[in-house]
Design a protein around this ligand. Structure first.
Ligand SMILES: [Zn+2]
Length: 195
């Protein structure tokens, strides 16, 4: 499980990253594999490490592409993000600083963004004890995803632990009685109308 990247780069760091991306970056969408990524590849290690610190993502140690072997290329380091939520997060930061050419490359990837990419709108990247995700799914008419279902289960598992079986039974009973009373009241009202 990879931790969610939480560091918030400063404006200066974002501008620096945009400059690096402008020079060495790529944004790719592969239709065949339905995969996508943004990457920066270069022979200097330090900027790649810095990129990882600022924006998270994967660090790939020095390597040579198969197509470059024996052609005198130096090994390159690579920073890469491939989850939609990461691509969106990085893009939102650096996009305004990029040249139109780079922006168009990113646009061409972003058109393939699914309507509900995980983590972009609502769904947490990992399950957390909460019922909010499931409620959002219900509200938007989107079938619950695995993460939100597990979040729901986590919430109720914690609640069971916190309150104890008896307290939960007591609350459920109270809620049941309340609903019953409400139903009875509604029925009484409608019978008054029809009679
Ligand atoms: Zn979800």
């Amino acid at each position: 499980m990879r931790e969610r990247h939480t560091y918030q780069p400063t404006e200066a760091e974002i501008a620096w990253a945009a400059g690096l991306y402008e020079g060495e970056g790529t944004a790719i969408y592969l239709k065949s594999g339905r995969s996508q990524w943004m990457a920066i590849r270069m022979t200097d290690k330090e900027p790649i490490e810095r990129m990882c610190r600022l924006f998270g993502g994967n660090f790939k140690d020095a390597f040579i592409n198969p197509g470059e072997v024996g052609k005198g290329y130096k090994p390159k380091f690579m920073w890469r993000v491939s989850a939609w939520r990461d691509i969106i997060r990085v893009t939102e930061a650096i996009y305004p600083w990029l040249s139109p050419r780079r922006q168009r490359q990113i646009d061409a990837v972003l058109v393939h963004k699914p309507a509900h990419p995980r983590g972009e709108l609502a769904c947490p990247p990992e399950p957390i004890p909460s019922v909010l995700g499931m409620q959002r799914h219900r509200k938007n008419g989107v079938p619950p995803c695995d993460t939100c279902r597990r979040s729901w289960n986590l919430y109720y598992a914690e609640r069971r632990k916190r309150l104890g079986k008896e307290e939960i039974a007591r609350r459920n009973r109270a809620q049941y009685l309340k609903r019953k009373a409400l139903l009875a009241k509604q029925e009484g009202m409608s019978s008054e109308i029809t009679n």
